[in-house]
Design a protein around this ligand. Sequence first.
Ligand code: COA
Length: 376
Amino acid sequence: MSLHSVVLSASGLFTPPHSISNDELVVAFNQYVNNHNQQHAAEIANGTREALQESSGAFIEKASGIKSRFVMDKAGIIDPEVMRPYLPARDDEEISLQAQMGVAAAQDALARRGLQGSDIDMVLLACSNMQRAYPAVSVEIQAALGARGFAFDMNVACSSATFALQTAYNAIAVGSATRVLVVNAEICSAHLNFRDRDSHFIFGDAATAMILERADLVDDAQRGFKIRGTSLFTQFSNNIRNNFGFLNRCDPEHQFGMDKLFVQHGRKVFKEVCPAVGEHIVQHLAALNIRADDIKRFWLHQANQTMNDLIARRILGRDANKEEAPVILDRYANTSSAGSIIALHLYSDDLQSGDLGVVSSFGAGYSIGSVVLEKR
Ligand code: COA
């Protein structure tokens, strides 16, 4: 069986309407802390309850590199009495919020490529959190765009984008699809515990889309990237976990426990994931006979600036500059699967034909993925 070559021909981005700065987030958090400590002053004084500690914008920026994040609802998140986005349930006849975000990113990608929804014959929604169990949100996106063929959802947490890229690549290579739309639509603000000092600043919302096509369908004038290779890896870890699921209601006592939102042991994640990602990319490049120095750009998962600095240093043997490893987490925060694709979308136009780049995502599972791209 002969395999088809695959081109990543276009990408698209949906950025939510509201931005929250670290200072705005911290004002809300600290108000919540002060309210809580006043309310429980007697217990705190007699030692039966611990006082909550304030958060700090300076800590957040230093520890993570994040300065602000985009969200679908700001008012609820920065209300110290609420501290979660207000995203009212919609009628079943209306498009769902996640599909709406995905469609917006997809339309951006389709317009850049000059295609219609009906040109697509496979749709993947790949992200950390699906808005519902079924019908698959990807099928709703497929219908909204008028795409043909089939669609399915897949979840590999923050690594979902690279896992979906490999899935789409394989489908086109063997001939089960010709044009695949990969959507990463993340409503991370809804899985984040805005009352948890250790993590309240980490995430933001966003959606990205990519179009992958059989190479012979893409004329020479169309830019984009040849896919040179993909590589995935998983290893079980409890250090990033979210126990939300359909069994929660079968244990009403713990149904709304904090573990039903994002929780992590940040230090352990940091120590274990950085070397593993560095090694993964080094080995992937070696397998393709590509020298690290020949890579013009690293579109890395956008979770933490220090993590990305360490990973780039492991690969290059020196510090990467901002052109080599562009940063979007300063203004988007961690948008889970969308992060590396936002970086790709915003920082690839300047590359020349033949230039090489690596998309890499990593996160819960643990999961690590890398995709090597060559500019057409
Ligand atoms: N404001 C002020 N101080 C805070 C704080 C906040 N919001 N949160 C924690 N601190 C304090 C802690 O209490 C601790 O104080 P101590 O030294 O007196 O005990 C100190 O800051 C360091 O806390 P720590 O949790 O060790 O911070 P860190 O340097 O590891 O940074 C993360 C925290 C989450 C930014 C970092 O661990 C990280 O990014 N890990 C990678 C994991 C990741 O991003 N995963 C996402 C999925 S891929």
